[in-house]
Design a protein around this ligand. Structure first.
Ligand code: NOJ
Ligand code: CA
Length: 673
């Protein structure tokens, strides 16, 4: 089925086709290179086994790495003979519904290997695509004769050097971790994206595209001396990795490459590997900035549940948020804790997805918002109870749709029911994708918390907009918090997989303005909490950490009449162009993003203060521009003086330079018109 469809697409789009059978080829080494020629990928057949290796920029970055599968019942796909191969090229430009760019070039050379398994004579097709910003491959097993259970994927990534790397531990359930910075020989069990710097200073990241009806991959060290990692698939409760009806297609195993760290961020490899969206009207899909009844619960100022006279999502409180949004250039308001069941969080069948608490008049709220042109963002916390959520899914989406609520945040904070399944295994992949497809039917946009790692499905389903799957700003409210270096790592790691609902924009850094109202919970054991950064850093994060739903997460009381909110007001959540001006992973990053005629330039730094020399050649014009800048002051510091900032408005031309100092844990944000 799948190959037939693919061939049809290729027949229309392919520019050059050269069939392998026409060539006299040595099966032991088939080469394909990127359009620029800088990446060379080899597929090698040796002792009846298949391997790939790759060179970038004249550096061997991946050494011979194996391919294949172990199935259940002592069956496997390990010994192969290459029967034939085919080469194609593709070059086209497409327009995403939203994102970091208004246009994306999709340009690759493709190699399709048709191999025969020597034991049972079954066919395995392997598709390799080589782009200028990386390469990827996926398996296609077309034999539909009987169900197949994959126990193990034998895909390997063998590096050539003990690369420096940025990684989090894989645990099948959570991506909310702080990063380790070690050489790869000290990384044993790694979640993707797995980002590293090579011996010759090139950058690589290993990740996935199009995870559908399959489990997600983690990487396990398999050979320390050869720096090899094996794909380790997140299992089902019964220990198997992937259950199939027979024929299956794996996600793309991707290797992003770049000569500089910034090139990883501006790569569209993962999106390009996904299928285009169906030809339809997506004008209902709109990126937004939002505020919400949210931070107050995390701080312990109010509750999700209607208890102790401390309920957050009341009609009255929500109206205040709607008024604030309407008056301050914000498009949406998130409401958590509006529906009954929160007092039973964690229990089976806890949540009712269609019944509001008695102090929340949902109809009146939607009307009030509509009159003010504000979008209401609904919330489905499931606590991990998939059985109840799936039972109520259509009803819950219909309920929102009838009211006129088009944005829904989902959440899976808790162990999965059915017990034993993992957030990142095939059971949950199928669930997340079912919710995505159902939401598309109802024209509902999604923000998924506690997700499986994003894999670019948003290209095909642009209603799947943003994700958590990151140790976000919420951790600053109830744990030891995130160090300043954390957000300097995220764009080069988790951010490569897709948008992040990090929830930045905190102004009251020490979180003490409403200290008297805060209570401690058992999951919130810290007596003092803070968002270790300066105000300028927090606003800059809204530009640096891309999300088509971008939250200004603080309490509106902390924003009211605050001069720095000018920088957030009217901020776009989708961009025409994105540039990384300067960056060093984990240290600092300076970026520029364009929306129409406006440029947003933003920078953040880690625990060390830094001077940045900014030039404006990206403006591409000698005209004069006006900029509005918010930056740290001479004595700003994320620890001692985090709320100190300076706002400046001035003229500048594209030939001028500017020196900007970022304080320790600081940053800046600049709007150029
Ligand atoms: C965890 C989510 O990440 C957070 O945003 C949400 O407020 C809570 N779960 C409650 O649903
Ligand atoms: Ca979370």
């Amino acid at each position: 089925m799948k190959i037939a469809k693919k061939t049809m697409i290729l027949a229309v789009l392919v520019i050059t086709i050269s069939a392998g059978s026409l060539y006299l080829f040595s099966k032991n080494d088939i080469k394909i290179s990127s359009p620029s020629g800088e990446i060379i990928l080899n597929v090698v057949e040796k002792d009846n086994k298949l391997f790939f290796n790759a060179t970038f920029n004249n550096e061997k970055i991946i050494d011979n790495s194996s391919l294949g599968f172990v199935f259940s019942n002592n069956d496997s796909l390990i010994h192969f003979k290459i029967l034939e191969f085919e080469k194609n090229s593709y070059d086209a430009t497409w327009k995403p519904a939203w994102g970091q760019f208004s246009e994306i070039r999709n340009n690759y050379n493709e190699l399709i290997i048709k191999a025969e398994d020597l034991i049972n004579n079954r066919i395995l097709n392997i598709y390799f695509r080589v782009y200028d910003d990386g390469f990827a491959f996926r398996y296609e097993f077309p034999d539909n004769s009987k169900p197949i259970i994959i126990m193990e994927e034998l895909t390997e990534f063998c590096f050539t050097y003990d690369n420096k790397s940025w990684w989090i531990e894989a645990d099948y359930g959570s991506l909310e971790k702080l990063y380790n910075v070690t050489n790869i020989s000290n990384a044993l069990n790694v979640a993707t994206p797995f980002t590293m710097k090579t011996a010759e200073g090139n950058y690589i990241s290993i990740l996935e595209a199009e995870i559908d009806n399959y489990s997600s991959m983690t990487l396990r060290e398999s050979d320390k001396k050869r720096y090899c990692f094996n794909v380790s698939l997140v299992p089902w409760a019964d220990g198997s990795a992937v259950k199939t009806e027979g024929a299956f297609t794996s996600p793309w195993r991707c290797v992003q490459v770049s000569k500089n760290a910034g090139g990883l961020i501006t790569s569209s490899l993962v999106l390009n590997l996904n299928e285009p969206a169906k030809d339809a009207d997506y004008s209902w899909i709109k990126p937004i900035t939002y505020v919400g009844i949210w931070w107050e619960m995390h701080l312990g100022i109010s509750e999700w549940a209607m208890i102790d006279n401390r309920h957050g999502a009341t009609t009255e409180n929500t109206k205040k948020y709607i008024d604030f949004a309407a008056n301050n250039g914000i498009q949406g308001v998130l409401i958590e804790g509006w529906n009954t069941g929160w007092e039973k969080w964690g229990a089976e069948g806890a949540y009712d997805f269609t019944t509001p608490y008695p102090d929340f008049d949902i109809k009146a709220i939607v009307e009030y918002a509509k009159e003010r042109n504000i979008e209401i963002i609904g919330h489905h916390e499931t606590g991990g109870d998939i059985i109840s959520f799936e039972k109520n899914l259509e009803k819950a989406f219909q309920f929102y749709k009838d009211l006129g609520i088009n944005y829904v945040k989902t959440g899976y904070a808790g162990g999965i029911i059915p017990r034993g399944e993992h957030h990142h295994g095939q059971y949950m992949v199928n669930h997340y994708n079912k919710v995505m497809r159902t939401a598309m039917k109802y024209q509902i946009m999604l923000n998924v918390h506690e997700p499986v790692i994003p894999s670019g499905l948003s290209r095909t389903y642009p209603n799947l907009m943003t994700f958590e799957g990151v140790r976000g700003g919420e951790w600053n409210a109830w744990s030891e918090g995130n160090p300043p270096s954390h957000t300097c790592i995220l764009p080069f790691t988790r951010g490569l997989a897709g948008p992040m609902d990090y929830t930045p924009g905190i102004f009251n850094i020490k979180q003490d303005n409403f200290e008297h109202k805060r209570i401690k919970r058992d999951w919130q054991p810290y007596t003092t909490t803070e968002s270790r950064s300066t105000i300028s850093n927090q606003i800059a994060l809204m530009v640096i950490l891309y999300s088509p739903w971008q939250m200004a997460a603080d309490l509106i009381e902390n924003y009211e009449n605050h001069p720095a909110f000018r920088l957030i007001s009217g901020m776009p959540a989708t961009w025409d162009e994105t540039i990384v001006i300067e960056a060093e992973i984990g240290r600092y990053i300076v970026m520029a993003r364009r929306s129409g005629e406006k440029w947003y330039v933003a920078g953040i730094t880690d625990e060390l203060e830094r001077d940045i020399k900014l030039n404006f050649d990206f403006l591409n014009s000698s005209k004069h521009f006006t900029f509005l800048l918010c930056k740290d002051t001479e004595d700003s510091h994320y620890k001692n003086n985090p709320e100190s900032y300076l706002i400046k408005q001035q003229q500048i031309s594209s030939t001028q330079h500017m020196q900007i100092r970022m304080a320790a844990g600081g940053g800046f944000i600049m709007i150029i018109e």
